[in-house]
Design a protein around this ligand. Sequence first.
Ligand code: SAH
Ligand code: SF4
Ligand code: F3S
Length: 473
Amino acid sequence: MTNVTQMNETDRQYYFMEKASGHVAKLGEELGRRPTCCVTTFGCQMNARDSEKLVGILEKVGYEIIEDENADFVIYNTCTVRDNANQRVYGRLGVLNGYKRKNPHMKIALCGCMMQEPTVIEKIKNSYRFVDLIFGTHNIFKFAELLCSLFENEGMVIDIWKDTDKIVEDLPVERKYSFKSGINIMFGCNNFCSYCIVPYVRGRERSRNPKDIIREIEGLVADGVVEIMLLGQNVNAYRGVTPEGDTADFAMLLEYVSEIDGIERIRYTTSHPREFTQRLIDAYTKLPKLVSHVHLPVQAGSDRILTAMKRGYSVLEYKSIIRRLKAARPGIAIATDFIVGFPGETAEDFEKTMRLIDDVGFDASFSFVYSPRPGTPAARLPDETPYSVKLERLQRLQRKIDDNAAEISRNMLGKIERVLVVGPARRGEGMLSARTDNNRIVNFAGDTSLINQMTNVRITEVFPHTLGGELVD
Ligand code: SAH
Ligand code: SF4
Ligand code: F3S
């Protein structure tokens, strides 16, 4: 028999899953019921996918997954991109401590991006001593092994890695939705935008082999998935090595993926304007499965601020990408991210951002006031703009984007949209709910056999948050 230290990493982790199953079964006997577990996710889609991996292992070792944090085991998968994400975790940890006092065998684990920051670990060690397990983003693949340590040791278990070049394939994963799935194609980021903590907590870029990605997608298709979201901090930096030893870039990967039968819709997030190549733009002409929606964060509409942010492109270059994208795929919806109130942003800089919104006609944005992240270069810049002014700017920006989005919805009236039916509508007997390419919900009358299928719907009504439609053959 192979010794556990000589096994490949995937086999090792399956060995620990079996071992952990024994511990969970024993706990179940003590409790007289199946132990429960709750995974709470903060942050982006990469974290959401990581949580699906945690849940996959937890189910496999015998936990019952529940939504209630008053559980036998609670895991917070944290985010640290802005300070308020951290504050929410500290606040909710207080509530968990209350549960634990009433249920002393309760275990609490923290993982994710926040845990990659040494100051956070110090703070938890000093002020949140009731936490049982802490691990980071680089060693999430050894969750089963850490679970075993948790059962076999007294006191806080802490295991944080500074970085990794490891990608461990074929571990269990439990999807949240039956018809769609995220799929990691690359991890980490090498861009080091001056405000951003992600490269420090997610490590250097590493890409999965295209063969592994395609095999995983084929497995998902066999399991009923029709829409996939390719995930990475910076998907344009994807460089996968093919079995023949050639390098596949992101545009090439999209071609491979769109050849998979059964996949109807391909989305991806997040791309970066710096490496948005002409080949990627051409993919919108060639590949009908690529949705007519792209999330391309611009962050600001002033070149001075973009330079200070170290984004590596100018407003003109960004607009050129958008112009070529719209030519390649008429009607494509563009979503973006903005940071408002970056250190040194003047009223004039902000007006340039507002002008860019008009020029591009963004359909949606994820926008926030700048949050200084300790350890990033921007955190050391002087910043004299009062917070109230920044907040006012953010509100103006959001209003403008909402107005644009409403206009885009109005222009959809009478048009035929190819939609993915996601389930019965919340309201109305015999009504179905579907998603358009540009992420709008459209409700229409139809048979439940259409659920999880693509179909054509004519838009007949426009409401503030949804659309109404009718089936067309
Ligand atoms: N890789 C993606 C973004 C990942 S972080 C990209 O480069 O576009 C997601 C978003 O959080 C960013 O687009 C940015 O708008 C926002 N963000 C990152 N750091 C921030 C900070 N310090 N303050 C406010 N928002 C920030
Ligand atoms: Fe952060 Fe910039 Fe990397 Fe995006 S590209 S994750 S903003 S450093
Ligand atoms: Fe947050 Fe980490 Fe994502 S910091 S935004 S969860 S990569």
